[in-house]
Write a protein that binds this ligand. Structure first.
Ligand SMILES: Cc1ncc(COP(=O)(O)O)c(C=O)c1O
Length: 231
């Protein structure tokens, strides 16, 4: 487990994909599961009283649920604990996309965007997020925002249940409009934590970026000390 933790730290911040999984001196990494039991990489056996946080209520590899088609040793992977397979998957992803420095697996796109926004705000010490008009980023409150009453104003909630105070930390920009973004940066540049953009707007049809648009957005972010989030 110690060796796997050293490897995991090069892939995932803190070596884990959920903060609660970390403990001193290093988490135990698991390999296999069967029935109510899970096994770590050193072969120690444990009873999973959490039942994979509820997902394995019928037990791992319950023959009434699974089919006997797979003899792969990782057939039944312990759920909710650090695992050897997440490291293997992380390495595969990193080798396929070498520009990735670190990654974190999440349960949904909503959660990934939520983490990215929080990270940008923490890193910059700023609050404002810019998102694109009609850009879709999932169900978290910060991204369910419509354009405000005029250009360069803060957004308004697009759904009941979202406090206005949340939407007022978001500015909605026009996709593919460099001038619009320049105006927003000119007015709020030192308060902008990040620009959040789908590289291709995918939820109102398929709208590709104009040549150089994304490069320009990235440049403006760099010039203003803001982060550039591609979703
Ligand atoms: C660009 C983008 N971001 C985030 C999401 C939200 O993902 P999820 O439904 O997994 O929360 C979606 C879903 O369609 C999406 O298209």
């Amino acid at each position: 487990s110690s060796d796997l933790f050293d490897e995991a730290k090069t892939l995932f911040p803190g070596g884990v994909n959920s903060p609660v999984r970390y403990y001193e001196p290093y988490p135990i990494y698991f390999r296999q599961a069967l029935g109510a039991r899970i096994f770590d990489v050193e072969g120690n056996e444990y009873i999973d009283f959490c039942m994979g946080f509820g997902t394995m209520i019928g037990g791992y590899g319950n023959p009434m649920i699974t089919m006997e088609y797979d003899s792969h040793p990782y057939n039944f992977i312990p759920i909710g604990v650090p695992g050897e397979t997440e490291i293997e998957l992380g390495k595969e992803i990193k080798s396929a996309i070498p520009s990735i420095q670190m990654m974190r697996f999440t349960n949904s796109g909503t959660e990934a965007v939520m983490h990215a926004i929080r990270l940008a705000r923490a890193y910059t010490g700023r609050n404002i997020i810019i998102k694109m008009n009609a850009g879709f980023h999932g169900a978290n409150d910060y991204v369910l925002v419509n354009a405000g009453s005029g250009a360069l104003t803060f957004g308004t909630p697009s759904s009941p249940g979202i406090p206005r105070i949340v939407s007022e930390t978001v500015i909605v920009a026009d996709f593919n409009n460099v001038e619009n973004l320049e105006e927003i940066f000119a007015k709020y540049g030192d308060k902008i934590a990040a620009v959040l953009v789908e590289p291709v707007l995918g939820n109102i049809g398929v709208i590709p970026p104009e040549p150089d648009y994304l490069e320009n957005v990235q440049k403006m972010c760099n010039q203003n000390g803001s982060l550039f989030i591609l979703d």
